[in-house]
Design a protein around this ligand. Structure first.
Ligand code: FAD
Length: 492
């Protein structure tokens, strides 16, 4: 039995805690905040409840796997979910709108009737997304790309990388134009999936066309009780397995002796541990916790994913024309992404995402009211004048929504809270406020993510959205799987 410290109670840290405790180890989690979940946490504003960060839940099997490992029933720990019948509702400036139904037949009919896009072409696109997912996920996501055993298969791997079907040599936008008959609205709709890992569709490779399969193939879900129940139910499970959570404990150093970790330091307190799993953003982990260790410069300097600006609005009306997930597209998508990634600024007509959990979880807002999580993509922190950008964006978002919905919005906002890139960095220690660690804005990005283990120090492992295989809840949970399997294997 090993004595293991986990730094951070983000979803990656919690996942690692469950796995290690289920394997019989003694696990303690040290979290700087007074609550668990990191980005995946809860927010109460007056009578309105919000999920502070992620709003879209895919791949629930990765959460269920943790309960199965522990031999427990998820429902006994408060984890259950609904499948959404409408994955997302899309709106354009010209007044057109469509619903992306979970039922592929209905979705096909919808795009054919409203956008004049053949239902069969949509089905073909999604079948292609499935094929891409099934042929690449086991290599790129479910494996360590950094262990010798992977490189032994390098020859095969190189052959795979060169294959045109993988779409590494063209952008997602080019890929979508080719596969979606140059239909501007369908191309924009499927280009949006680049933002699921904080990238630009004009830079990220065509292979990202596998992402829609996660939503349309596996399904889009909503946990009962809100997204926070993913982290909260897993904390309950971890505690049941004996994991100790210590909140308000900011780790300041990983202690090292003879190229092996020997513990952590919090303030003046040095605590001895056999192994350390670090869930802190990898940039800050090297910068703050391992200042005397050599830095993997090339990895740490990879471009960051986008950040976000979020307004949490308590609305004193309900809007039947909206669904749980809604997108109001920008009139100039290429310019929006150019501004985000090249100018590090915000385009004047941003794409607006609104998530309304109270459409399903009625207690999230008072009767007849709604809780609006209103988000636009934002650039990483780069010395911008955020006060001015935030005030300007709020005005533009309201004008856009009033224009498209054809009804007043401003007078119905009765509560407001804000999350900005600077707050994301401050609350979760995410370098430059990025949501998903490094961006996937180049075809080799997967190979420039930090591995789930330290190359220099034995007993040190890394989990979370800033390391392999990447950001988002499912991938952060996969990172916990890869790191802990490695840790356990190394003990043998
Ligand atoms: P994080 O959530 O980054 O948490 C790290 C934790 O470690 C924090 O609690 C922090 O306080 C703690 N910590 C850091 N350093 C220390 C230290 N030195 N000592 C102690 N504690 C420390 N993903 C999706 O799947 N679907 C979505 O719809 C989605 N939308 C998003 C929307 C927003 C606004 C944001 C912010 C993110 C979104 N994501 C989404 C991404 C997803 O939230 C993250 O990829 C995932 O939650 C990251 O988990 P993590 O394990 O990296 O930990």
């Amino acid at each position: 039995q090993q004595n293991i410290a986990i730094i951070g109670a983000g979803i990656g840290g919690i996942g690692a805690a469950v796995r290690l405790a289920a394997a019989g180890h003694r696990v303690a989690v040290f979290e700087a905040n007074s609550y668990p979940g990191g980005k995946l946490s809860n927010l109460q504003v007056g009578d309105y409840r919000f999920d502070a960060g992620p709003s879209l839940f895919t791949m629930p099997q990765y959460v269920e796997e943790l309960f199965a490992l522990a031999g427990e029933n998820p429902k006994d720990f408060g984890f259950d979910y609904h499948r959404l019948n409408t994955v997302c509702k899309y709106f354009w400036e010209d007044g057109q709108s469509i619903s992306a139904y979970a039922d592929l037949h209905k979705y096909g009919q919808e795009v054919e009737e409203k956008l004049g896009f053949p239902a069969q072409a949509l089905k073909d696109y999604l079948a292609w997304a499935r094929f891409r997912y099934e042929t690449t996920a086991p290599i790129f996501l479910e494996n360590s790309l950094h262990r010798l055993s992977t490189y032994l298969r390098w020859k095969t791997f190189k052959r795979v990388l060169a294959m045109p079907w993988l779409g590494l040599h063209r952008s997602l936008d080019q890929e979508n134009k080719k596969r979606l008959k140059q239909h501007p609205k369908m191309v924009q709709l499927f280009n949006r999936y680049a933002t699921y890992n904080g990238s630009s569709p004009y830079k990220t490779p065509g292979i990202m066309s596998l992402i829609p399969h996660l939503e349309q193939g596996f399904g889009a879900f909503m946990p009962k009780g809100g997204m926070k129940e993913i982290s909260h139910s897993l904390v309950r499970l971890a505690e049941h397995l004996g994991v100790k959570f210590h909140y308000g404990q900011k780790v300041e150093e990983i202690l090292v002796q003879n190229k092996a970790v020997k513990g952590i330091r919090i303030g003046q307190k040095e605590l001895a541990f056999d192994q350390v799993v670090c869930n802190m953003d990898i940039f800050f982990a090297y910068d703050r916790l391992l200042p005397r260790q050599p830095r993997p410069k090339r990895i740490l300097e990879q471009p960051k994913s986008s950040s976000a600006l979020i307004f949490y609005w308590g609305m004193d009306q309900s809007f039947p024309e909206l669904d749980v997930h809604n997108i109001f597209f920008s009139d100039n998508y290429p310019e929006e992404f150019r501004q985000l990634f090249e100018e590090k600024s915000l385009y004047e007509d941003p794409t607006v995402y609104i998530h309304i959990s109270s459409k399903i979880e009625q207690t999230d807002a008072p009767l007849g009211h709604e809780n609006w999580f209103v988000m636009i993509n934002a650039p990483q922190l780069d010395g911008q004048d955020w006060e001015q950008l935030i005030a300007q964006s709020k005005k533009r978002i309201i004008q856009k929504l009033e224009r498209i919905l054809g009804r007043p919005i401003q007078p119905h906002i009765v509560q407001e809270e804000l999350l900005s890139p600077a707050l994301i960095q401050a609350k979760t220690q995410s370098h430059l406020g990025s949501l998903y660690g490094t961006s996937s804005n180049n075809s080799m990005a997967a190979f420039f993510r930090h591995p789930n283990f330290s190359r220099q120090l034995s007993g040190l492992y890394f989990v979370g959205g800033s390391v392999h295989p990447g950001g988002g809840i499912p991938l952060a949970l996969l990172s916990a799987k890869l790191a802990t399997e490695d840790l356990i294997k190394n003990l043998k």
